[in-house]
Structure formats: structure tokens, C-alpha cells
Ligand binder design. Structure first.
Ligand SMILES: Cc1ncc(COP(=O)(O)O)c(C=O)c1O
Length: 375
């Protein structure tokens, strides 16, 4: 069995740990352990410090599940905790991998979406989130790809890397379609609820949808490696529980406790992500309009990433390499099979975002004059 190279993570791992300006990350702003514990009540801190470092429960700690259920407005039983949304994807693709089955996925998309089913020999079918269609996620295009062998349709809203979102009505429409055909509708909501304009509701309200979410993006605590699934169908939950018991047995239980603190104080944690993203997006808008000759873009409607492109149509990797040389990390579009694009994350930097854009501005100007000279 082969897993294709994870180009994005190879790129990030090469630069992310010692770059001056990180405009590649897709998360919200960084939190320290001290800051998270600083949110906790005295009782929560004591509970954390006296926690017995033993296996937890495969479905997740009861108190964390209760906190997640409250946020999502679902029953406690509907919550399955996992080791990041990544594990949720492994579980779902593993269980979908029946002979002859196909899955429907967004292109571009988070690489794991395609790498897992490809490695499991599932047929992969793609709907496009394309700039020509204003980065719209089109339910009709998705429906046309489905047939009797379709096991699963994956949505990601807000979408990585474009920031596209699907409306509540479109989601309802797809849910009607999938439930009438016995297709599993999976809604990856790791960037929820960060929006720039229209807000949309979680698919957790829909009886036949499966939601995956995490503490890595909107809740930017990626180091605790904790995520969750919402599933209303008890039979499917049993299958997830079983898969999870094989794959990772339980979470890192200290991570679960930190996740619970963040969840119970989510107004502050999510508020900081939204505020950072909103403020930085305002600056990014000005930057993009100043450079519209060289860079095209469609403003993201949610999440913390934008997916601009070089108007020349050339591969952006050289541009991203040059930016990295100058201390600015972007993510090349070939990591998403869209070489002329690059991903720009605007949620992680709380300070100096404008300094990063100023430096990038210099590079863009040089890049465009070098191109003019070539022409
Ligand atoms: C859309 C999407 N889903 C899932 C994940 C996996 O995140 P994690 O395993 O940290 O929860 C990512 C990470 O980048 C992502 O962008």
C-alpha cells in the first residue's frame, strides 16, 4: 500500500520552525500551555495537575464529550473524540473502503482527503472549487458525480485552502440527496465557526450528517492532537468506537483536559481567532488590491486561509521559495495540485502581520518587474 508524499507537510516542516513571518499556517493564533491554564478556574487547574496519567476511554473523556455536545447542540452520546480530525478521516475512509466503492471529494483540498482513499484503493471523484466559479461549492456538481457505488461525500466548509463556504440551504439540499440514497455525508468543519460575512450553521443539526471538527484550527491548539466526530447513528458510532480502539485506543488524556478547558472558555479562544483573522483579512484586502496586476484572489468567506494565484499563470513554487528566502512562509499551490496558486494563512500572526505584508509587497513588485523584463 502506498501513501503519496505529503507535499504540504514536507514544505512546512522544512521552514515553519524557524521562519520570521509565518503566512503558511492555516490555524488561528498560537496559545501557550500557561495561557490555556490561565483560562481555567482553580478547580480545573487542580484537576489537571492531579490527573492520573493512564489510558482514557475510547469514546473520549465524559466531561470533554459533554462540553463538545453542549457547543454542538447534540446529545452526549453523539460525540466521539479522536486524535485530531486526521484520525476521524482515517476511520471514515477505512470504513468506506469496500470493493468497487467511490468517494466524492473537493479539489483542491486537504491532501489527506485524497491520499487516504487512494491508498485504500477507493475510487476518488472530485468536484472543483474553482476560481472561474468564484470558489463556489456547487451541490449540483457534487450530485452529478454520485452513483450507486458512492459511499461518502466529503464537504469542507469553510474550505481549506480557498475559504469557500456552503450555505445552509445548499447543505440541507445535499443532506436530502445523500440521505435518500444512503450515502454518508461528511462535513469537515475544522475552520468553523470563523466567518467573514455570511455565517453558516454546523451540519451537526442534520440527522444523517457526520461532522468532523478539531482543536487545531479555529481552536488553535494543534499540539494537543484532539478532535471529534458528531454522529447521530448509533450503529455507525459503534463502528467508529471500534476502529478508534484499534488505531489509537484513546487520546492523550492530558490533551483532552486542555481541550475541555478551551471548550469551556470558547468565547475567549474562538473570539481571539475571529478577531485576529478579521483584522488581518482587512489588511490583506488592501494588499491584494495594491498588487492586482500580479496577484489574483477571491476573498475567503470563512476560515483562516486564502488561495491567491499568480496572474502570469506560472508555477508559484519559485515565488514561494524566494519568499521563504526573505523570511516569509507561504504554501506553494502544487501542494494542492493547483501550481499557479499559493496558500496564504492570515489567522496565526497576531502582531507584525502588516510587516509581513510590507516585505511580501517588495517581493511582489520585484517579481512583476522581473516578469515584465522577461516579456
Ligand atoms: C480541512 C482539514 N481537515 C482536517 C485536518 C486535520 O487536522 P487535525 O488532525 O490537526 O485535527 C486539517 C489540517 O490541516 C484540515 O485542513
Amino acid at each position: 500500500m502506498q501513501l503519496k508524499p505529503f507535499l504540504l507537510d514536507m514544505w512546512l516542516d522544512r521552514y515553519e520552525h524557524n521562519i520570521e513571518f509565518n503566512l503558511a499556517a492555516s490555524t488561528g493564533p498560537v496559545w501557550t500551555l500557561k495561557q490555556i491554564l490561565g483560562l481555567a478556574s482553580e478547580e480545573e487547574r487542580e484537576r489537571f495537575l492531579n490527573h492520573k496519567v493512564v489510558y482514557g476511554r475510547p469514546a473520549g473523556a465524559d466531561s470533554l464529550r459533554a462540553a463538545i455536545a453542549e457547543m454542538q447542540g447534540v446529545d452526549f452520546d453523539a460525540v466521539q473524540v479522536v486524535t485530531g480530525a486526521s484520525e476521524a478521516l482515517v476511520i471514515l475512509m477505512w470504513l468506506a473502503a469496500e470493493p468497487g466503492a467511490n468517494v466524492i471529494l473537493p479539489q483542491p483540498g486537504f491532501t489527506t482527503f485524497s491520499a487516504l482513499p487512494e491508498s485504500l484503493r477507493l475510487e476518488t471523484r472530485y468536484y472543483a472549487v474553482r476560481k472561474e466559479n468564484d470558489f463556489r461549492i456547487d451541490p449540483e456538481e457534487i450530485k452529478q458525480l454520485a452513483d450507486r457505488n458512492t459511499k461518502l461525500i466529503l464537504l469542507n466548509s469553510p474550505h481549506n485552502p480557498t475559504g469557500a463556504t456552503i450555505s445552509d440551504a445548499e447543505l440541507d439540499n445535499l443532506h436530502d440527496f445523500t440521505s435518500s440514497r444512503g450515502i454518508q455525508l461528511v462535513s469537515d468543519e475544522v475552520y468553523h465557526p470563523i466567518f467573514h460575512g455570511r455565517m453558516t450553521k454546523s451540519a451537526a443539526r442534520l440527522p444523517h450528517a457526520t461532522v468532523i471538527h478539531d482543536f487545531s484550527k479555529a481552536f488553535p491548539l494543534s499540539g494537543i492532537r484532539t478532535g471529534w466526530m458528531i454522529e447521530h447513528d448509533p450503529k455507525l458510532r459503534e463502528r467508529y468506537w471500534n476502529a478508534r480502539a484499534y488505531f489509537s485506543i484513546t487520546n492523550n488524556t492530558a490533551g483532552e483536559m486542555l481541550a475541555e478547558i478551551a471548550m469551556r472558555h470558547r468565547d475567549i479562544v474562538l473570539g481571539k481567532t475571529q478577531q485576529t483573522a478579521t483584522q488581518n483579512l482587512g489588511q490583506l484586502e488592501t494588499f491584494m488590491s495594491e498588487h492586482r496586476e500580479t496577484l489574483g484572489w477571491i476573498p475567503p468567506r470563512g476560515g483562516m486561509t486564502a488561495f491567491p494565484w499568480l496572474t502570469s499563470g506560472e508555477n508559484s513554487r519559485a515565488f514561494c521559495l524566494e519568499a521563504a528566502e526573505q523570511g516569509i512562509l507561504l504554501a506553494p499551490g502544487d501542494c494542492f495540485d493547483e501550481p499557479s496558486h499559493f496558500r496564504l494563512g492570515f489567522g496565526v500572526m497576531t502582531e507584525k502581520f502588516s510587516d509581513a505584508l510590507d516585505r511580501l509587497s517588495g517581493l511582489v513588485k520585484n517579481w512583476s518587474s522581473a516578469n515584465l523584463t522577461k516579456a
